[in-house]
Write a protein of this length. Structure first.
Length: 150
């Protein structure tokens, strides 16, 4: 149930989602290293929300409100996270919250984030038009290598 690298479900991520994924991954890794949270919402290279004690869904709601239909959620693991006991997760509730918040994309760390209820996640992402993709820590050239044409 771990996320693969690349597009997972929903529409193909556009160039801006890929740019925000690359930026958001760097920010989320820094924030998680400080043990603040593991999720950020970004839009056009701007951090809109950082997960704190309130959890992922509240960060999604705050970021979605500020992103006005174009925010991208990025969720990662902490450096050195003990994957035996604490694994980042997305599932149908995450997608429903993202759809309500109007997010355009969800980017999760490949090989380190669980996807629960995969069929429901696929259905919600497709219906809401949310591009869901897995990315590894090495995102150099992400925009040009995965976006294809403009």
């Amino acid at each position: 149930h771990l996320a693969p690298d690349g597009p997972i479900c929903g529409p193909k991520p556009d160039k801006q989602v890929l740019r925000d994924a690359e930026f958001g991954l760097r920010i989320a890794k820094e924030v998680s290293a400080l043990d603040i949270g593991q999720t950020v919402v970004v839009r056009n290279g701007t951090v809109l929300a950082v997960e704190a004690f309130e959890g992922t869904n509240e960060a999604i709601r705050r970021g979605g409100k500020l992103g006005k239909g174009k925010g991208v959620l990025v969720k990662v693991s902490k450096p050195g996270q003990d994957m035996r006991f604490d694994v980042p997760v997305i599932g149908p509730a995450t997608l429903e919250t993202a759809a309500e918040a109007g997010l355009k994309g969800i980017v999760i760390e490949a090989g380190r984030t669980l996807i629960l209820g995969r069929e429901e996640v696929d259905a919600i992402a497709t219906k809401a038009g949310i591009a869901v993709m897995g990315i590894s820590e090495d995102v150099t050239g992400l925009v040009t290598s995965r976006s294809g044409r403009d």
